[in-house]
Design a protein around this ligand. Sequence first.
Ligand SMILES: O=P(O)(O)OC[C@H]1O[C@@H](O)[C@H](O)[C@@H](O)[C@@H]1O
Length: 388
Amino acid sequence: MAKFLVSPSSAQGLLCAAASSPWFSNDLTASSQQQQPPPTNCIISWKHCCSSTVDDSASSAVWLSKRIVGGVSTSSRRRRAAALSLNLVLPQASSQAVGLTAEAESLNDKFGKEGVKVESGEGGLPKVSLSSPNGSVAEVYLYGACTTSWKTAEGKDLLFVRPDAVFTGQKPISGGIPHCFPQFGPGSIQQHGFARNVSWDISSTESDADSTTVVLELKPSAYSRNMWDYEFVVNFKIVLGNDKLSTEMTVENTDQKPFSFTTALHTYFRAAIANVSVKGLKGCETFNKPYEDPKNPVKGAEDRETITFPGFVDCMYRNTPNEVVLANGLGTTLSIKNSGWSDIVLWNPYLTMEACYKDFVCVENAQLEPVQLQPGDSWTAQQSLVPI
Ligand SMILES: O=P(O)(O)OC[C@H]1O[C@@H](O)[C@H](O)[C@@H](O)[C@@H]1O
């Protein structure tokens, strides 16, 4: 079997070659259409590997193999991870700042301030770390504008990232607060749209005595136009307060023609599912997606005061109130407030995600009725999460 001896200076070329070989290109195109088209991830990953502090060449190889293999189809992932771990022999990585770390550093120079730091996160992906005056902290990846962690001042992380989440920049980050935009669920473009699997830009940061803020921005790219040919700007503002995490999403139509969209904040809350309850949805119209037949939701009405999760739950609630209350089963009760989000989706995959379904619940503020935006118009919705 071939053995790659990779040095930092030659890594880019070798991994480019690897990425364009049939062995790799099969991997990189086999999985869903949610992946971004250019197979540059290997290069990006290697740059991060170089810039990370890695103890020895063996762990470098494992690290790199995980990063590369993270984007492949499940069926062959394990075998190829093993092959990569065995056959890639890397020299000890230097702690030289290159690639995205340099990008993170330059973003930090531009946007960093008291309570706001841009760093290299998992897989070398840039993330914004926010800390509030009372010691709560949040982490937001630019990839997908995904808030992956929100720790209260007591150190409890109220968000959940699935153990199968990958930070390769090739697939959405499965956890935290991913975006569904410009489409919730299945439809004319890929499931849950493209906003969760592209990198957003930082447009501003702020810090004051009570909170720290980052505003991220998404504009069209060749990738997005290819599936949804409209000009738009989405701004997503994340405000970490002492006792709450608030977001505001604004979609502006910058095109000459109207468009419509659906959207959601697919929030994964850390939970002990057997003890989870959601209150506040009694009386709402429901569209329940049976596991066996998700394309044919069953219409109904919620008659429970307190919703629990004894099995598979995938239900869309229409015209929901401005607040629901989630007891996460781990001792925290959260008020989930919103304005502008018209609907809520509750999701727990139960045994279809055996490894982690017990540890989270998704309560998703959503806009399921398509929003029609004329040129120049915009739509805004806010969410705030407050432990009570
Ligand atoms: O696996 P994905 O694309 O992240 O979606 C997860 C779930 O997201 C929920 O919002 C949907 O209601 C479910 O039907 C879906 O299975």
